[in-house]
Write a protein that binds this ligand. Structure first.
Ligand SMILES: Cc1ncc(COP(=O)(O)O)c(C=O)c1O
Length: 502
């Protein structure tokens, strides 16, 4: 409780915010209030409402960093008032960004010399990075088609159906068709063979994911590169590859240095990575790096000079904070390769503890792979009585935020829970989570199944009966069909409440 001197209605001076009218007046929601309020009261009102947010450290839905060292917090706070775009005014901040780009480019094996500047830019996150990379591909493809006198109005990108929503945004905002390779039960990443089959002369790039959002699995970029090289040779096209390494970009170089997924593969022209995921910085930083200068069309780079010297910019937004860039540089020099490797290895180890704990319950199928982003995605072996959505809902009571979701097309009938293991999710927490999951299972086992009620809801919503009528004959629905219905019901329920997991 903040102690303060505030003026009451009677004109007396009170020494407590909670004795003031501000804590009993309605909180302004639609219009800016007519009058000011004391800073202590404004702080208290907002702080108290924010207490109802989830605890970020227990938010296992997100890849995004929730803990940093106090020294870095200090650097971030000290630079909170610096607009990153004022490069002439804050040249050191710009220099730190460039150093980060160089370090990332080397980490991803870009063909740049030791003293050569790499081509890339800091962004607000992987989404902005992907928009920029996508625009570069689109523009390059258009230039080529124009030069060949061919139509250039129907660009497409080939991806797996497991892509993160930012790819769908890119496609819609920038008018590029997204051609998605469908998934299937048991195979939740893009199949490179099917992807290359879908490539045509209008394909501006194939986007592979290093660390699928849904299961953490790495897509086989090497095989994709081989198959696409062959197709390019046969057709005379030169379809490139983008790697969305939002999560995996700061995993693979440390844990699987021999895995070829990056600029070692000739067709990989650009890579994005989220600094705020396993780059270990708080939300608000991503990176995109191009293989060479030639892969970023000049006409997309704007040059401004009104802030001082000539400044090339290629970002969607103009102004943004500097803190995250500075924090990224802090993490790179503070941790070094060794530190990142140790932290990521710990994450993998704690993911193993969690996975084995879940396997021991005998109730779950593990859907994620051991090699990939350290997360555990798991489905219920038997969801005929209770579903993963109920498990997620009940875990909230303990404070855990664990998302439950259904897979994309064509594996929509599979519903999973996913726990992202971050730096600050230590072994003690992993063991406690397993204990709490077992408690939840025990509790829901003792409750009557909510599924009959759900099936009734499905019936009301769709007009179908659990025993559907086909060709005038009664058709008893299979377990899978019933499970699909239940999953659909819960999906609608969960979607209505979902804030969106990244
Ligand atoms: C594979 C993948 N790509 C892109 C994104 C979007 O990243 P950001 O939140 O940094 O914009 C995510 C987010 O989780 C992701 O998992």
């Amino acid at each position: 409780m903040a102690l303060s001197v505030t003026k009451s209605e009677s004109g007396e001076h009170l020494h407590s915010t909670f004795a003031s009218r501000y804590v009993r007046s309605p909180v302004p929601k639609f219009r800016m209030p007519e009058n000011s309020m004391p800073k202590e009261a404004a702080y208290q009102v907002i702080n108290d409402e924010l207490m109802l947010d989830g605890n970020p450290r227990l938010n296992l839905a997100s890849f995004v960093t929730t803990w940093m060292e106090p020294e870095c917090d200090k650097l971030m706070m000290d630079s909170i008032n610096k607009n990153y775009v004022d490069m002439d005014e804050y040249p050191v901040t710009t220099e730190l960004q460039n150093r980060c780009v160089n370090m990332i480019a080397h980490l991803f094996n870009a063909p740049v010399g030791d003293d050569e500047a790499a081509v890339g830019v800091g962004t607000v996150g992987s989404s902005e990075a992907i928009m920029l990379a996508g625009l570069a591909f689109k523009r390059k493809w258009q230039q080529k088609r124009k030069a060949q006198g061919k139509p250039y109005d129907k660009p497409n990108i080939v991806t797996g159906a497991n892509v993160q929503v930012c790819w769908e945004k890119f496609a819609r905002y920038f008018e590029v068709e997204l051609k998605e390779v469908k998934l299937e039960e048991g195979y939740y990443v893009m199949d490179p063979v099917k992807a290359v089959e879908m490539v045509d002369e209008n394909t501006i790039c194939v986007a592979a994911i290093l660390g699928s959002t849904l299961t953490g699995e790495f897509e086989d970029v090497k095989l994709l590169n081989e198959l696409l090289t062959k197709k390019n040779e046969e057709t005379g096209w030169d379809t490139p590859i983008h790697v969305d390494a939002a999560s995996g970009g700061f995993i693979a170089p440390f844990l699987y240095p021999d895995l070829e997924w990056d600029f070692r593969l000739r067709l990989v022209k650009s890579i994005n990575v989220s600094g705020h995921k396993y780059g270990l910085v708080y939300a608000g930083v991503g990176w995109v790096v191009w293989r060479t200068k030639d892969d970023l069309p000049d006409e997309l780079v704007f040059h401004i000079n009104y802030l001082g010297s000539d400044q090339p910019t290629f970002t969607l937004n103009f102004s943004k904070g500097s803190s995250q860039i500075i924090a990224q540089y802090y993490q790179f020099i503070r941790l070094g390769f060794e530190g990142y490797k140790d932290i990521i290895s710990n994450c993998v180890e704690n993911a193993r503890v969690l996975r084995e704990g879940l396997e021991k319950t005998g109730r779950f199928n593990i859907v994620s792979k051991e090699i990939g982003v350290p997360l555990v995605a798991f489905s219920l072996k038997d969801s005929s009585k209770h579903t993963v959505f109920e498990v997620a809902e009940n875990l909230r009571r303990f404070g855990w935020i664990v998302p439950a979701y259904t897979m994309p097309a064509n594996a929509e009938h599979v519903a999973v829970l996913r726990v992202v293991v971050r730096e600050d999710f230590s072994r003690g927490l992993a063991e406690r989570l397993v204990t709490n999951i077992m408690q939840v299972l025990k509790e829901i086992d003792s409750l009557p199944s909510r599924i009959s009620t759900k099936a009734a809801h499905v019936t009301a919503a769709t007009g179908e009966t659990p025993e559907g009528e086909h060709d005038g004959k009664l058709h008893k629905k299979s377990v899978r069909e019933t499970e699909e219905e239940i999953t659909q019901y819960w999906r609608r329920f969960a979607e209505a409440r979902r804030a969106g997991a990244c």
